[in-house]
Each structure stands twice: as C-alpha cells, then as structure tokens.
Design a protein around this ligand. Structure first.
Ligand SMILES: Cc1cc2nc3c(=O)[nH]c(=O)nc-3n(C[C@H](O)[C@H](O)[C@H](O)COP(=O)(O)OP(=O)(O)OC[C@H]3O[C@@H](n4cnc5c(N)ncnc54)[C@H](O)[C@@H]3O)c2cc1C
Length: 458
C-alpha cells in the first residue's frame, strides 16, 4: 500500500496539468490512467485549443508536430449559411494525440513519482469519512489500494469516481439534458476540391431542423485535412451517423472524394460546473467536474485551468496538513470566480438555444441580436449584460418577432439573476447548503419555463 501526497486519476489534458504543477511544487504524485501510455491523448475531439491557456499557465504553446494550424476566429452560421457571427479568439488546431503525449511527458519529466498506465481506478477508499485513496486494477489484473492525502479526479465525462463517491455535496449523476452526444470524423481530401467554407476560421452551423438542439462543425486543420462532426443533446439522442452523413457530409459540405482518417463518438457534459467540485480529501477537474464552456463546448482549456488550481490548492492543504473540505474550499472559489460564474450564466443561453426553432436562431444571427463582441466574451467564459432597450433597438431594424423578443428578454433577466447569485458563492463551506438550494431552485424553474415556452421544431 503506497502513500502519496496526491493520486491523480486520469492523465488527459486536465490530469496531466494537475500532475505537472503538483510535481513542480514538490508534491509526491501518483498519476493513473486506464489507457496505454502511447494512447493517452487520443480522444474523440474537435482538436481546438484556446490559445489563451498557454499564457495563463506560462507554458509553451503547441509547436512542431502537435500543431496543425492556428486561427484567429470562429464563425457561427445560420442554417442557410448566408449569415454568420464572428468570435475573435485565437485558437490552435492540434494533433490531439501528440498534444496529449507532450502534456504527459512534461508532467513525468517534472517529477511525477509514479505513473501507472493501463490501470483503471475502480473506486475510492475512505478513512474517518474522508477520501484517502483509490482502488486500482493494474495492467497485470491485480487489484490494489493506493493511499493519498488528496485524490484529484480528472477521469473525464464518464468518471467512475464521481459516480461512486459517497458524498452529500458531490452530484453523482449528470442529467441527460446536460449532456451532448457527438460524432466526428477526421478526413483527408483526395483532390483539390474543398467545401465552400472559409479556411481562416473554424466554422459552426446551426440548423435545428437537421440537427435538433445541436450543431455541426467544420474545422479545416490543414490544406487537406478537416475535422467535422455534430453534437446533439443526449435527450434527443438518435443514431448520429446517418444524421452526420445526410446533413454534414451531403447537405452542408457536399463532400464526396475523401479518405477517412479517424472516426468516433463521445459525450460532452455541457452545463455549469458541479456546484461543489470538492469534498473531504478530493477535488474534481475537467469533464469530471463539468468544466466545459457552456457557450462553445470547449473543455480543454478550462480543464487545464482547473488542473492548475487543484494542484495549487492541494499544495497549500498539504503544507497545512489539512485535507478537509474546509481547507479545499478555496478550489471551489477559484473556479467560480474564474470561469464558473460565466459558465453558469451562459448555461441558460445554452439551454434556450437548444430549445429554439431554426428560423428564430437564423433571425438572431441575421439581425446580429448578439454582437460579435458579446459572443466573443461568452466564448471566453465571460458574462454579457445587454439591456432590453438595446435589444429592442436591434429588433426595431427588422420584421418584429414578439415571441422571440419575449424569450430573449426572459433570458437576459434570468442571466442577470444567476450572475448575481454566483457572485455570492459562499467563501466557506458553511454557506453552501443555503446557496446550493437557491441555485438548484433557480435553474429548475428557469429550465422548466424555457422547455415549456417552446418545443424544438423537429
Ligand atoms: C466530439 C468532441 C469534440 C470536442 N471538441 C473539443 C474541442 O475542439 N476543444 C475543446 O476544448 N474541447 C473539446 N471537447 C471537450 C474536451 O475533449 C474535453 O472537455 C477534455 O478532453 C476534458 O479533458 P479531461 O482531462 O477532463 O478528460 P479526458 O480528456 O477525457 O481525459 C480523461 C482521462 O482519464 C482516463 N480515465 C478514465 N477513466 C479512468 C479510470 N477509471 N481510471 C484511470 N483513468 C481513467 C482516460 O483514459 C483519459 O485519459 C470535445 C469533446 C468531444 C466528445
């Protein structure tokens, strides 16, 4: 039975960053991943990484074979592809496996004490009501216990740890409404023909008639390689492959002559963070803690941030020899002050968009009811607060859509309320229960109302 300061479950982007900063700060770290070492990072993904994360963490951005291209904008299209909004944020399109391998190698080089690959964490162990380790099935098939002062769970959207934890404050299950299921392919064009889409941006199309409550993406990674796919709410789950071929390949992009390099599907937890991402002896990072940006479905850079914050809070806790929830509470505060509040506020917009009709969404894009600047802020995990007066002025420019105006007015009001509530996120655990009850009631009420206002037209 080994003893570590930290056991980190999962060596994906969030776990590798937590391991890196914990090791760099002198902690004795055991990093465990269910995958073979050479497969770590090979995840079904859009392969987009927000460039700002490398400045934040002060680490080298992708270079050499990890990066395929860099772009400065993201375009969001109406279903007829005639209108779009532009988000101005620099991003990298990476070779996901090589990117993941570099993050892992850096963490190991910086002094992770033990790395176990092909080893699956099965459950948590507890002492005096506090998490104090994990049970692991090793590559050899042997089951062992590994003890640690603190466990960090970075095992992704399907986290067994989150499902199994015995806790009053960690949400074990994520509701179906908060999960998006995706299918994507990476393709190589065989000739000089390319879809009529810009190559200096990554491109997202919204057509709720074809892809109910979801989106289609076309990300040109290099001159000849593109990542394309679609995501829909798990609640609407249907067989995604025929939808992909009918609408992504045939209708929107009209692609025929290509070689399939990779294909696959997975889920994204598209919702605000778990209201508490910590309990006694444990913290949740990345998809395990629902840290995906609710405005755009990107979870790499926020998961990396969460990994960094968790490592820093763990370091302090270990210095103080206190691994209690009270001590780890700082982690929740850091998350909520950074991206958590923005993700929660934008979560209502996400839910409303999933319930909009295609023509309403097209109208929003055509009339630019949300500006490029506002959208850029949302994609950056920040909060926007346009006034109803502002909205009315914009609507006045065209054919009036009173029902849409009412919905958007409702949305803005609720976003303001949620923002205010998250500004009062408790600074210590004692205020949590009351805060959480109000938060839960607010979201239930808003989501119920939005779902009742309109049913997607499919
Ligand atoms: C189709 C699709 C497209 C996406 N596109 C983008 C995009 O373009 N940009 C973006 O920013 N985000 C994107 N995302 C989201 C992004 O991939 C995730 O948010 C991000 O990978 C989360 O990182 P993570 O480290 O938390 O989890 P993961 O990357 O999932 O890593 C989890 C690790 O834990 C390991 N593991 C799991 N269970 C266990 C266990 N029991 N024991 C030990 N190890 C375990 C896994 O092997 C894995 O290595 C996309 C997601 C999907 C599904």
């Amino acid at each position: 039975m080994d003893n570590y300061d930290l056991v980190i479950v999962g060596a994906g982007t969030s776990g590798a960053i937590a391991a890196r900063f914990a090791a760099l700060n002198g902690l004795k770290v055991c990093l465990i991943d269910a995958n073979k070492r050479e497969e770590i990072g090979n995840k079904v993904c859009g392969d987009v990484v927000a460039a700002s994360i490398f400045d934040f963490l002060k680490i080298d951005p992708p270079q050499g074979y990890e990066i395929l291209s860099m772009k400065k904008r993201i375009k969001l299209y109406s279903s007829n592809l005639q209108h779009h909004l532009t988000v101005n944020l620099p991003i990298y399109l990476v070779d996901r496996l090589r990117f993941g391998q570099t993050l892992l190698k850096d963490a190991l080089d910086l002094g992770v004490e033990k790395f176990l690959d092909s080893s699956k964490v099965m459950d948590l162990t507890y002492k005096n009501g506090r998490v104090n380790g994990v049970t692991v099935r090793l590559k050899s098939g042997e089951k062992i216990v590994i003890n640690a002062k603190i466990v960090i769970d970075g095992s992704g959207a399907h986290s067994i740890v989150r499902k199994k934890i015995k806790s009053d404050i960690i949400q074990n299950e994520i509701p179906k409404d908060d999960l998006v299921i995706c299918y994507r392919e990476i393709i190589q064009f065989n000739d000089n023909w390319r879809p009529e889409m810009p190559t200096d941006s990554i491109n997202v199309i919204f057509d709720f008639d074809s892809v109910p409550g979801g989106y289609i993406w076309y990300f040109p990674k290099s001159d000849s390689i593109a990542n394309l796919g679609l995501g829909v709410s798990l609640r609407q789950k249907s067989n995604l492959k025929p939808i992909y071929h009918n609408f992504v390949v045939n209708k929107f992009l009209n692609i025929s002559n290509y070689k399939l390099l990779s294909s696959g599907g997975d889920i994204v937890p598209l919702r605000r963070p778990l209201p508490s991402c910590a309990d006694n002896g444990i913290m949740f990072i990345g998809d395990a803690g629902c840290h995906v940006n609710t405005a755009n479905g990107g979870g790499i850079h926020t998961g990396m941030k969460a990994g960094y914050y968790a490592a820093m809070v763990a370091k302090k806790a270990i210095e103080a020899e206190d691994y209690s929830l009270e001590q780890l509470w700082d982690y929740n505060c850091l998350l909520m002050n950074d991206f958590g509040r923005g993700h929660a506020t934008n979560d209502i917009a996400r839910f409303l968009i999933q319930h909009l009709a295609t023509n309403d969404f097209n109208y929003i894009i055509k009339k630019k009811l949300i500006s490029d600047n506002e959208l850029t802020k949302m994609f950056d995990g920040k909060i926007i607060s346009p006034s109803i007066k502002h909205l009315l002025l914009k609507l006045y420019k065209g054919i009036s859509k009173p029902r849409l105006l009412l919905k958007l007015n409702y949305l803005l009001k609720q976003m303001k309320q949620i923002n205010r509530h998250y500004l009062q996120y408790p600074q210590d655990v004692r205020g949590y229960e009351v805060w959480r009850k109000i938060e839960n009631d607010m979201f239930n009420k808003i989501f119920l109302k939005i779902a009742k206002i309109d049913i997607p037209n499919c």
